[in-house]
Design a binder for this molecule. Structure first.
Ligand SMILES: [Zn+2]
Length: 339
């Protein structure tokens, strides 16, 4: 295995000097998940969306088996890693097949995520916050289930759509600067967010303070320790370096959440909405919808192949999840200190 490969010499401003200084010598670094020692795992670039030439060193923690980028890029550098449309904006005038695919994804999303909301067993009229709520389509669905909903969304256009189209209260605060009133919510969800954060513990601690006693968090992150992650390696869709700074091992995620004052109630690596598409995207990147938008790909044939692959791979991903090796980790945890 190669030694750590620093980012190219002309990119020193992309690294956080303070955190660079914390990196341990001889190819190891401190794990942001558990504080253990990570060993150099490999150097990876943005092979999937090809937005940036930035390459990052990935480390694997010997203690908790999570993977993490080190040194972490600065916030300014991270902003340049995100293509337009990354957070699921829609095409201005999509074709029939793209609309059908989008509708299919929405159905899967709604079925998958609402099943998790039901598993939280929230009281009627519960106050529900979704962080990274995008256009608010999902929050509108949750509202129909009888909850008071609210969102946080950094993209002003997506937030405006949620407000204007759905009438949902959405704050545009940066999640790193979010300081909610204590005890404001019964439930807080964040899907595919924690792996993007430089300081994931800070968000968990803020959520702990924002929840009422007995309130719950619901979150989902990719699982690089899954069969998919091991099979596809650098080609795995969920790896997404350098946008994903952290890859939590499922047990490490549970331990982290518990250290921040929660009790884990459910943990699963089965995700109908995200697991099979991640396998299809890894096998056949040219069919993945966001990548097609970013790279300006046209044509119906790749979309059909992609959908077919997604369906065919669903039983395999289900089997992987039954063995605890599914490609996405979803977790429900209850705030300690009340029923
Ligand atoms: Zn660790």
């Amino acid at each position: 295995m190669r030694g750590p490969q620093s980012n190219t010499p002309n990119q020193p401003d992309l690294m956080d000097s303070a955190e660079t200084a914390r990196a341990k010598p001889s190819g190891s670094a401190e794990c942001p998940v558990c504080g253990g020692t990570g060993a150099y795992f490999g150097c990876f670039g943005d092979t999937f969306y090809r937005v940036t030439d930035y390459r990052a060193d990935l480390f694997r923690c010997a203690t908790c088996r999570s993977h993490f980028i080190w040194p972490q890029p600065t916030r300014e550098a991270i902003a340049a890693f995100y293509p337009t449309g990354y957070w699921r904006e829609r095409e201005a005038s999509p074709g029939l097949l793209t609309r059908a695919q989008s509708r299919y994804v929405d159905l899967m999303l709604n079925w998958d995520l609402m099943s998790w909301v039901r598993r939280m067993n929230l009281p009627a009229g519960a106050h529900y916050l979704d962080i990274g709520c995008s256009r608010g389509d999902w929050l509108a669905l949750i509202r129909r289930a009888g909850f008071q909903v609210e969102g946080i969304e950094a993209d002003p256009r997506a937030a405006a759509y949620a407000r204007d189209h759905h009438g949902i209260s959405v704050s545009e605060v940066d999640v790193d600067e979010w300081s909610p009133e204590p005890g404001s919510y019964d439930a807080i969800s964040f899907f595919h967010l924690l792996e993007h954060l430089r300081k994931p513990r800070r968000l968990l601690a803020t959520c702990h303070g924002a929840l009422r006693p007995g309130g719950k968090i619901l979150l989902r992150v990719p699982n690089f320790s899954s069969w998919q992650g091991r099979l596809f390696g650098a080609r795995w869709k969920g790896l997404e370096i350098p946008r994903h700074l952290l890859h939590f091992h499922p047990r490490a995620l549970a331990a982290l959440v518990e250290r921040e004052g929660f009790v884990v109630e459910r943990l699963s690596t089965w995700a109908l909405r995200d697991g099979p598409p991640a396998a299809a995207s890894s096998l056949y990147p040219d069919g993945e919808p966001t990548r097609r938008e970013i790279l300006g790909r046209q044509g119906a044939f790749p979309v059909l192949i992609y959908l077919g692959l997604t369906w065919m791979l669903t039983p395999l991903e289900r089997l992987a999840a039954l063995c605890g090796q599914g490609s996405m980790t979803t977790l429900i945890a209850r705030r300690k200190g009340g029923a």
